[in-house]
Design a protein around this ligand. Structure first.
Ligand code: HEM
Length: 142
């Protein structure tokens, strides 16, 4: 698995996809959590009953992450701190692939034919690298 976030052509695709998806605003966050709870029903009880605030926070953070893909010196420590905070929420390393699946499913649903196989591969690579950084920081002994 790659541990670098420096793959410029992936970042270009991701920014292009995200600019289109994020234009739908908070709906993106709502779709994301609907898909996540479909894939991982047990995760529903980890979140507040009303998901709106959480959806907003997730979108803000994804915006920040996507803005900083080319700046690993800022991105890596922020991602590590985010992952360590997630320990408090009861999040385990096994949850990360489910969040990745929900994110891809959200993009597929939101972008339709505008989300190509190459786009999907770029997101999978970058999400794998990001979740690798996050889980190494939060679960060092795994
Ligand atoms: C790239 C991966 C992820 C991102 C960008 C992300 C983003 C966020 C953000 C911004 C918050 C708000 C609180 C904070 O900043 O500490 C949050 C809270 C939370 N996240 Fe994540 N998260 C990620 C992965 C996960 C995973 C894998 C799970 C597992 C199901 C998860 C479950 C939660 C829970 C339960 C909360 C607290 C909800 C609450 O009680 O208000 N997150 N996440």
């Amino acid at each position: 698995m790659t541990t670098t976030l420096e793959e410029p052509s992936d970042h270009v695709r991701i920014r292009r996809n995200w600019a289109k998806a994020a234009a739908a605003g908070e709906l993106v966050g709502q779709i994301f959590y609907a898909r996540l709870f479909e894939f991982a029903p047990a995760a529903r009880s980890m979140f507040p009953d009303v998901i709106d605030d959480q959806a907003r926070k997730l979108l803000q953070t994804l915006n920040w992450i996507i803005d900083h893909l080319d700046d690993p010196d800022s991105l890596a420590p922020a991602a590590e701190a985010l992952a360590v905070r997630h320990l408090r929420y009861g999040v385990e390393a096994e949850h990360y692939p489910l969040v990745g699946e929900a994110l891809i499913a959200t993009l597929q649903q939101g972008l339709g034919a505008n989300f190509s196989e190459e786009d999907k591969a770029a997101w999978l690579r970058v999400y794998a690298a990001l979740s690798d950084i996050m889980t190494r920081a939060a679960y060092p002994s795994d």
